[in-house]
Design a protein around this ligand. Sequence first.
Ligand SMILES: Nc1ccc(F)c(C(=O)c2c[nH]c3ncc(Cl)cc23)c1F
Ligand SMILES: [Fe+3]
Length: 290
Amino acid sequence: MTAASRSITRAVLSREQAEGVGARVRRSIGRPELRNHDPFLMLDEFNVDKNGGFPDHPHRGFETVTYMLEGQFQHEDFAGHKGTIGPGDLQWMTAGRGIVHSEMPVKSQTRAHGLQLWINLPKEHKMCEPQYQELLDKEVKRARPEEGVEIKVIAGQSHGVSSQVYTRTPTMYLDIKMDKNKTVVQTIPASFTGFIYTLKGTIFVGDNAFKGEAHHTLTFSEDGAETVKITTKEESAHFVLIAGEPLREPIVQHGPFVMNSKEEIYDTFMDYQTNTNGFERAKNWSSTIA
Ligand SMILES: Nc1ccc(F)c(C(=O)c2c[nH]c3ncc(Cl)cc23)c1F
Ligand SMILES: [Fe+3]
């Protein structure tokens, strides 16, 4: 008996909206209809021209995963950590107890296009030391279950290929490109919450072939099925498949601060304003790239 596939419970279109400074994002998770997809807080498909970006701002209590699709982005934080990520590269930033950074397109670029995912941290990690895991496109492992199907394993496992990224919150993050008339079956732990965000083309998901078109979030059923079947027909497709272990902890979010109680959020604002408890290096710091 073939394992039943996860089915799609919702398909939500993301239209472009303004964000940051002169940036445009299509917001998937984190939009009103997709608020809580524990452990995920936000997924933005961003498009930023050379005059826009995300200048100096803080984070505490979660992780940001920036994955470039086109163009180059530069980043710089209050500890002097800086770099540039290009097409296919990724930056997995564990903000933990506190990061202040700037994320801007490289000025010579026409535009920077990519995805930023926000993953909540479990209580015991929310105040951990910040950490970066940065991978160049060529370092991201690929699974090729058949000709015409390429799966970049950003986190987790696919078809026997495992990512080198350490995930405090168990997470699967796959960048999948399929030629037309292909089928792929991906294993997903039964306890994981998950979704697909479509970038290009059309896919058909599950045993009932739910149709998913570009810029849509397709949320998975939570029925314990341990696979998801994805098919293409007349056209090729490009999408990301993201799934993770729900934390099932209280979420109190105020912008870029995500903790477990109002008191902790109050304390976070005090720490940020007084440059204490992880925000010491924010004192008199401003980025050179914004
Ligand atoms: N608080 C707050 C408020 C507003 C913001 F825009 C941001 C923020 O930085 C981002 C929102 N989506 C994004 N996609 C890509 C990148 Cl590189 C950054 C962001 C943020 F953190
Ligand atoms: Fe940021």
